[in-house]
Design a protein around this ligand. Structure first.
Ligand code: NAD
Length: 336
């Protein structure tokens, strides 16, 4: 298939070229993200390949359909940026990579927790400048703490296991609790409110849906223990950033670690070091010493990039050969 790959970076090209050697697909890489303004680049292609911040809304899909695009191949798991109803209406198949390396994301979640707690980022800079003082580097023992996991799917389970291994009590909230996890003694399910009230560390691992949009808001954040740590490696819009800033300012929220951000489309995946950043909320967040932001890098391991390229290309091959599309996302996903 002739595939227009949108929003590509050097590492995408590297891993897709490596894995593409064994396929017959012709890949053309565009740096621009896919959205209405750039959709015309897809003229003459059979498929488009997109990532988390491309905006594949109804208007964009109608344009793609008019160019004869048959497949939208997501090189990620989340599909909240694609209008699935419009894609179905236009007869365009939406395929995704349901799991590339859930370990990568769970391990990065731990990295955020440990960095925020033990302040290794600050220690690194201090020591390089010859400052070996320990002032303000105090952390806390993670062993014995209660960790709340919101969304106990693939990533949430691995993360729960890691924290269990560190001697934590793990509690969970999920719309569809997995009883096996409780039977195995990994975690105890409870209501969202109870989880918020009992946790020392809360980590978000549920998808972004209308139900989970701003699941952390003024109401829920104040239910959390004073001084608790909140971590989000899932999707930015799960947290109302303004609520988080208010709770940080008042000293209620003890730590915030985010790999995803509500308005990340305007910032992430590019070098803006020579640019004036005008995103007030991000600038505000950066001013807190107890906030750590990474730029959507939780997935970013060689294992995950290999798997993303392999599965994406495999999805396209299955479509071309008329095979069963096991990684198809249909409108039932939103209804569910
Ligand atoms: P998954 O589908 O295996 O698990 C998601 C879990 O969330 C499921 O158990 C589901 O029942 C639960 N859930 C759904 N709606 C809920 C709700 N309203 N309240 C509570 N729980 C709810 O997904 P996964 O592979 O574990 O990935 C989780 C999320 O991680 C993805 O949706 C994606 O947004 C994010 N992610 C981020 C990165 C990154 O680089 N930062 C990479 C991959 C995935």
């Amino acid at each position: 298939m002739k595939v227009a790959v949108f929003g590509t970076k050097s590492y995408d090209k590297e891993f897709f070229k490596l894995e593409g050697v064994n396929t017959t697909h012709e890949l053309v890489f565009f740096e621009s993200r896919l959205r209405v303004k750039t959709a015309s680049l897809a003229k003459g292609f059979d498929a488009v390949c997109v990532f988390v911040n491309d905006v594949v809304d109804a208007e964009c899909i109608q344009m793609l359909a008019s160019y004869g695009i048959k497949v939208i191949a997501l090189r990620c798991a989340g599909f909240n940026n694609v209008d699935l109803i419009e894609a179905e209406k236009q007869g365009i198949a939406v395929l995704r990579v349901p799991a590339y390396s859930p370990y990568a994301v769970a391990e990065h979640t731990l990295a955020l927790i440990l960095t925020l707690n033990r302040k290794t980022h600050k220690a690194y800079n201090r020591v390089r400048e010859g400052n070996f003082s320990l002032d303000r580097l105090t952390g806390f023992d993670i062993n014995g703490k209660t960790v709340g996991v919101i969304g106990t799917g693939k990533i949430g389970q691995i993360f729960a296991n890691i924290m269990k291994g560190m001697g934590c009590k793990v509690i969970g909230f999920d719309l569809y609790p997995n009883k096996k996890l409780e039977e195995d003694g990994l975690l105890e399910y409870m209501s969202l409110n109870d989880l918020l009230e009992q946790s020392d560390i809360i980590s978000l691992h549920c998808p972004l849906t209308p139900q989970t949009h701003h699941i952390i808001n003024d109401h829920s954040i104040w239910r959390m223990k004073k001084g608790a740590m909140l971590i989000n490696t899932s999707r930015g819009r799960l947290i109302d950033t303004e609520s988080a800033i208010r709770a940080l300012s008042k000293g209620h929220l003890g730590y915030l670690g985010i790999d995803v951000y509500e308005q990340e489309e305007k910032l992430f995946f590019r070098d803006l070091s020579e640019t004036l950043i005008r995103d007030e909320k991000m600038l505000n967040l950066m001013s807190f010493p107890n906030v750590l932001v990474t730029g959507h890098q939780a997935f970013f391991t060689d294992t995950a990039l290999t798997q993303i390229a392999k599965v994406t290309l495999g999805n396209l091959t299955s479509y071309e050969k008329g095979e069963e599309l096991i990684n198809r996302v249909g409108t039932e996903a939103i209804k569910a």
